[in-house]
Design a protein around this ligand. Structure first.
Ligand SMILES: [Zn+2]
Length: 60
């Protein structure tokens, strides 16, 4: 897995739980956080999972 760096601080992001607001719900998912400024990023893998969930919802 590729390493992510904070765009602001140029430090390596660390894994952690981040809150994602999605479709009116807030979910705690695994993402990446900057240990310095606290900026949170979700990974491409997580985005893919969310998109798949969206397709399932739309199919109903
Ligand atoms: Zn940062």
């Amino acid at each position: 897995m590729e390493k992510w760096h904070c765009f602001k601080d140029k430090v390596e992001m660390v894994k952690g739980e981040i809150s994602l607001a999605y479709l009116g719900m807030t979910q705690d998912i695994e993402g990446l956080k900057c240990p310095k400024c606290g900026e949170a990023y979700i990974t491409a893998e997580v985005v893919k999972t969310v998109n798949e969930g969206e397709q399932q919802l739309e199919a109903k």
